[in-house]
Design a protein around this ligand. Structure first.
Ligand SMILES: [Zn+2]
Length: 313
């Protein structure tokens, strides 16, 4: 069956589609990781408490030659191998233990700034790399202790593993992502409409697509149907995958879907969702014009809405 609008996305979303080779087979060898860091061309991305260290306006993130970044590497709480770019190693260094001014000064920047604040000025592979660095360093800072026995953990595999130091436990911890579904719900009967919701804390005209975390032992499709029903009271039938986006804020994976509604009566849950409403393409265009945009441009939610509108034209 052909589902209208079920074309898989073809353009790279922000933070996704990185061109770096993660070298999963090589990074398990500490000698190889050390040699890659010491080799000519190796680069280091310094971060401070999830933020890039930047200069100028628009912001240019500091990406340092490893050979000249000895002080950064020595001060870093963690140095993570990200991957290879045309054979040269890319690493992320976490300067979070320092004060902001110290970290910025050490990295030769002017200030610390979250990648989301300047992603619009970055090429997609660069945004992907900075997001990847952010997500990995966040994970290290939050996996310092073993969740099984409470002992300290130690890093390995170039920063892609933390092992419990308690030999009786020995649990291995790998970086985790938390999947969430995000969906554009479409009416089954004409006129063509999509269901948007205004969430707690959003502006009076701040309507956006529905989204929610995937539960334990739940399929993505079931999560879509459950979230739509919980938040709006609408029952969804067919659920079609459209694409995904790495979302390292701090450790998400957004999985995008189109869902077809079986019912249209809307009963918002009143907690997460204050209001839910069906929008025709013309109404959605009007809303976008009034707000100046359709959601954050770096988000898959924006893509879901834009692609739905584009199919109407
Ligand atoms: Zn343990």
């Amino acid at each position: 069956m052909t589902v209208p609008g079920a074309r898989r996305r073809e353009t790279a979303l922000a933070y996704s589609g990185g061109t770096i080779d993660r070298a999963g087979n090589q990074r398990t060898d500490p000698a190889w990781v050390d040699a890659t860091l010491a080799a000519a061309g190796a680069r280091v991305i310094p971060l401070w408490r999830d933020r890039c260290i930047v200069s100028g306006d628009p912001a240019v993130p500091a990406i340092l030659a490893a050979s000249g970044a000895r002080a950064v590497l020595e001060a870093a709480a963690e140095t993570v191998f990200l991957g290879l770019d045309e054979g040269a190693g890319f690493f992320a260094a976490d300067l979070s233990p320092l004060e902001e001014s110290q970290a910025v000064g050490l990295a030769g920047g002017e200030r610390a700034l979250d990648v989301r604040a300047f992603v619009g000025t970055l090429a997609p592979p660069q945004a992907a790399r900075l997001g990847y660095a952010r997500g990995m360093l966040y994970w290290h800072r939050h996996q310092q202790y073993c969740g099984t026995c409470g002992s300290k953990t130690t890093t390995g595999h170039g920063g892609h593993l933390r092992s419990c130091r308690n030999q009786e436990c020995g649990r291995l911890h790998f970086p985790r992502v938390e999947p969430a579904v995000i969906m554009l719900v479409e009416s089954a009967a004409p006129p063509r409409r999509c269901l948007l919701a205004r969430h707690q804390g959003s502006a009076p005209d701040g309507f956006s697509t529905l989204a929610g975390f995937v539960g334990v032992s739940e399929s993505l499709e079931d999560a879509v149907r459950r979230e739509v029903a919980e938040e709006t009271g609408v029952l969804a039938g067919t659920v079609t995958y459209l694409g995904s986006q790495g979302w390292p804020f701090p450790s998400g994976l957004m999985v995008g879907f189109r869902a077809t509604a079986l019912t249209e009566a809307v009963t918002p849950d009143g907690e997460e969702v204050l209001e839910a409403r069906w929008f025709t393409p013309a109404q959605l265009t009007e809303l976008a014009a009034a707000r100046g945009r359709l959601g954050r441009e770096d988000s898959i939610g924006h893509y879901l809405l834009q692609s739905w509108l584009a199919e109407t034209i």
